[in-house]
Design a protein around this ligand. Structure first.
Ligand code: XMP
Length: 515
């Protein structure tokens, strides 16, 4: 159990509070109102608690919060909705706003207050219409907005702080300092989170399955690499990594897997099943049909492998190792949700369905970690920087980047153009300036001239995006010179391609992949 509980009221930023507090060195977890109540009823209490923001109005919230607020010495931070709950409970006046404050707002300190490292006037991110119009009893005003609205309040004697703005979002200047002020100066928490703690916790999860045979669907991406490496440290040769070569990989992936085979002690077996995948994909051009065919073939390949190991080697797998991360595990739910479940499990996995079919239990040692934490953990485990900072690559591979029917010839066009993009990113030192980079073959032909002849050939689209978790993304503003070089090389070196375009769509509305 973590020292800091973040009670989630459904704000889109709640995960950021957890991430930021962990970056500052404090263990934290997201829980629902119902789970919080259950734990308090069972006599459990955190060292400090954050009440998150939320999309609804406190006027629609009939929950009783006295079980939280009546603990005299419990440090509490209320953010936005959380502050308004505080305002109402402690007999202040909260009013429904007719107009709100959304986006940037300037705020300043009042009454000679100061927060360590934070200037007296800052720009912060607001997203509210209800607001506190009369201070709650025994609270003082610490900051107000230039519109004259309450921006931060503090209890006179108890460790309670309320913020109308969102310190957890990047747009709030000194937001991290303000969170740190609460955690360190108001709540007086001890730092208890870092690479050592992450490693210990993840290993503890693996120790729970000691002596079992573990099957790992190994992609070589950071999640499966870190999950396999730390499981291997605990379970040794009982971890079997299978890498599926479905023929929908890029040249860099073949190089990467060879390197990992040579330079790590992981037990990696490459399964050459290209023909099977291409046969299953023959004639399919609908994106969903293709994804389904790829997913089912993955399962078929692993089923065969499990049987083969059981029959010919007498090895019976009990666990499937997956690199599931915290954002997959936790999903914001509203405090009014009736089912009272604290988390909803989402499955976005390339071998979804396999555990049920093969009667395998799941081993998910990274289930409490964010992606950036997995990278820190990877380096702690001695994995190379370039391995843990590789761009994400989807399980279905090029299969979802060749729009229309998948043929060897069309796959080759993406493989070649992707390799050119990759080489140029590395050469110009731009690989780390984008979160993901890919090329897509469009199902359209356009007219061009090559030499002096008319060409009627296909189009490659370049897609480069910046993101933190793939849930939202913005297109990366790459130098024109770089784009020109990549475009020239593709049209010159990839036969059957006359035109290159650059995708400048954010997510939403566009997804990162095209299918
Ligand atoms: P989208 O296209 O949904 O992609 O914006 C978000 C991120 O997820 C990756 N992605 C996948 N990864 N299996 C995976 O392992 C999949 O089926 C899959 N689909 C999308 C995508 O590359 C991006 O990083």
């Amino acid at each position: 159990m973590r020292n800091l509980w973040i009670v989630d009221f459904g704000s889109q930023y709640t995960q950021l509070i957890t991430r930021k507090s962990r970056e500052l060195g404090y263990s934290s977890e997201i829980i629902t109102y119902k789970e919080t109540k259950k734990r308090f009823d069972a006599g459990k209490k955190p060292h400090a608690l954050v009440l998150s923001g939320g999309p609804q109005s406190v006027f629609e919230d009939e929950n009783d919060y006295s079980f939280i607020f009546n603990h005299e010495d419990l440090p509490i931070l209320g953010v936005c909705y959380g502050m308004q709950l505080m305002g109402r409970y402690f007999e202040g006046k909260v009013e429904r706003g007719t107009i709100g404050e959304y986006g940037h707002a300037k705020i300043h300190t009042t009454n000679d207050h100061s927060i360590s490292n934070v200037p007296n006037e800052i720009n912060v991110w607001m997203s509210h219409s209800d607001h506190i119009t009369e201070l709650p009893k025994d609270f003082q005003l610490v900051m107000e907005s230039h519109n004259g609205l309450v921006a931060a309040i503090k209890h006179n004697s108890r460790p309670i702080l309320g913020l109308q703005f969102h310190p957890e979002v990047e747009h709030s200047e000194h937001g991290k300092d303000i969170l740190n002020y609460f955690l360190k100066d108001v709540a007086k928490l001890e730092m208890d989170w870092g690479a050592n703690e992450m490693l210990e916790e993840a290993k503890e999860l693996v120790r729970g399955v000691e002596k079992s045979k573990v099957l790992c669907a190994f992609s070589g991406g950071v999640d499966s690499l870190v999950a396999a490496t730390l499981s291997h440290e605990v379970l040794g040769e009982n971890v079997y990594c299978f890498f599926v070569d479905h023929g929908l990989l890029r040249p860099q992936d073949y190089g990467h897997i060879e390197t990992l085979k040579k330079e790590t002690s992981l037990n990696i077996e490459v399964l050459n099943v290209k023909e099977l995948f291409f046969n299953k994909l023959k004639g399919l051009s609908d994106p969903e049909d293709k994804r389904k065919a790829i997913g089912n073939t993955f399962i078929e390949v692993f089923e065969q492998k499990v049987h083969e190991y059981e029959e010919s080697k007498g090895i019976k797998f009990e666990y499937l190792l997956q690199g599931t991360l915290y954002p997959d595990v936790i999903e914001s739910i509203s405090p009014h949700e009736e089912d009272g479940k604290s988390v909803t499990i989402k499955s976005h996995h390339n071998v979804g369905g396999l555990p049920e079919r093969m009667n395998l239990k799941l081993l998910e040692p990274l289930r409490y970690l964010f992606k950036d934490e997995v990278r820190i953990l990877g380096e702690k485990l001695g994995l190379k920087h370039e391995w843990v900072y590789r761009h994400p690559f989807p399980g279905p591979g090029i299969g979802i980047r060749v729009l229309g029917e998948i043929t060897e010839e069309r796959v080759l066009k993406v493989q070649k153009s992707d390799q050119i993009l990759f080489e140029e990113l590395k050469d110009k030192n731009l690989y780390d300036s984008t979160w993901q980079a890919l090329t897509v073959l469009l199902p359209v032909k356009t007219v061009g001239v090559k030499g002096d002849a008319r060409a009627y050939e296909e189009v490659i689209c370049l897609r480069m995006v910046n993101s933190t978790d793939g849930m939202t993304a913005v297109w990366t503003d790459m130098p024109y010179k770089f784009l020109t070089k990549v475009s020239n090389r593709i049209t010159n070196e990839v036969s059957g391609v006359t035109r290159v375009v650059y995708d400048i769509t954010s997510k939403p509305p566009g997804t990162i992949e095209w299918e």
